[in-house]
Design a protein around this ligand. Structure first.
Ligand SMILES: O=C(O)c1cccc(C(=O)CC[C@H]2O[C@@H](n3cnc4c(=O)[nH]cnc43)[C@H](O)[C@@H]2O)c1
Ligand SMILES: [Zn+2]
Length: 353
């Protein structure tokens, strides 16, 4: 249990239950998962960067005034990743952090455009993530899969490049399962990305755009109708549209909810005002995720503790939430059954002890 993340309003034994609970993480960004140790190590290697080298100074550096400020800081960390070896190290260390939290399966959102435009060779980039994925599975038992996302604000050039990297048979990595859209939403309309999503879907990828994180429910509708979203990244503003909530519930389209992220980027004012309760009340399939954990001073276990408090969950409720995460994942049926069984076995043993 990470002491600074112990929520005093959640019983300690529930924190301990969460710490050992097998979980799936469906919404977590590659660069946004770099631990303070990795960020400071990379910053020390690149003294021209404005990113602090002192891990303690990172707490202030990772305090955001709004979403635009968050993206600005995020890109300063992206600037630290300059070689394929940086990419490999980051990916492997992210897997280690996930494994420590009993994450059995994670879909990691990667923005290959940001790396290739900064001069990392595309072949070497793919080899680096795949090499780390295989090593992580063999050494930690955590299965990683990739979502390649378009950094929407970088324009259609970035959409074209991301679609090419995701669909070219000579480049497309084995671990790639989905196609996303990230970055700021304001002024970046979802429908313009339809042709790129069409190509990715035709190549067998799942559609998982961010939508409704910093704009209204109409963005979520656009993601559903234009980009054929199978899950929605955040979808926070869906709570403002009862018809949309009913649609999401009826079609079993999961929301990838990241509560602490929404507070850190100031998309939502306080955790108590977070709409997660409305989602559950409307019957929407909610999954719990961490987004950019070290940047937001959180981790997946803490997000489960937050959910336990906001939704008043006990061990059985938390186990059900973890199983919903597995169900909403793009794992195959035997893979889902394996983790679900593990959750049931763990929970039964915990309750019997
Ligand atoms: O890489 C560039 O050069 C570049 C140029 C212009 C714009 C961008 C971006 O907008 C990058 C956005 C970046 O942010 C990632 N991310 C991480 N967390 C979140 C989130 O909560 N909501 C949306 N985006 C997020 C995203 O994956 C992109 O990599 C880049
Ligand atoms: Zn995100």
């Amino acid at each position: 249990m990470t002491e600074h993340l112990v929520d005093p309003d959640v019983p300690r034994d529930l924190h301990a239950f969460i710490a050992g609970l097998p979980k799936a993480e469906l919404h977590v960004h590659h660069v946004g998962s770099a631990s303070p140790r990795i960020v400071s190590e990379l910053a020390a290697r690149h003294p021209d960067s404005r990113v602090p080298t002192d891990p303690e100074a990172l707490v202030d550096y990772f305090t955001f005034t709004d979403f635009a400020h968050f993206i600005d800081v995020y890109l300063s960390v992206v600037d630290l990743i300059r070689t394929p070896e940086d990419v490999r190290l980051l990916t492997y260390e992210v897997a280690r952090d996930l494994a420590r939290q009993q994450v059995r399966y994670a879909e990691l959102t990667i923005t290959p455009f940001s790396s290739t435009r900064r001069g990392i060779d595309e072949r070497a980039f793919m080899d680096a993530i795949e090499d780390a994925r295989k090593a992580a599975e063999a050494e930690f038992g955590t299965v990683l899969r990739w979502c390649f996302d378009i950094p929407g604000e970088a324009g259609l050039e970035s959409a074209e490049e991301t679609a090419r990297l995701a669909t070219d048979d000579r480049l497309r990595p084995e671990g790639l399962v989905s196609f996303g859209l990230g970055g700021p939403e304001i002024g970046v309309a979802r429908p313009q990305f339809k042709p790129y999503f069409d190509r990715a879907i035709a190549a067998g990828l799942h559609s998982v755009p961010h939508a409704g994180e910093t704009t209204g429910p109409e963005t979520v509708w656009d993601a559903l109708t234009e980009l054929r979203a199978e899950r929605i990244g955040h979808g926070t503003s869906s709570a403002r549209d009862p018809k949309l909530l009913a649609h999401l519930a009826e079609r079993r389209i999961p929301l990838e909810v990241c509560p602490t992220s929404n507070i850190a980027t100031r998309a939502v004012r306080t955790l108590d005002e977070h709409p997660i309760k409305e989602f559950v009340r409307a019957g929407v399939l909610v999954t719990i995720n961490s987004d950019d954990p070290p940047m937001f001073g959180t981790d997946l276990n803490n997000e489960y503790a937050v959910a336990a408090r906001l939704l008043d969950l006990d061990e059985r409720g938390l186990a059900a939430l973890a199983k919903d995460g597995v169900e909403a994942s793009f794992l195959d049926a035997p893979g889902k059954a394996r983790i679900t069984d593990e959750i049931d076995t763990y929970t039964a043993a915990w309750l019997a002890s």
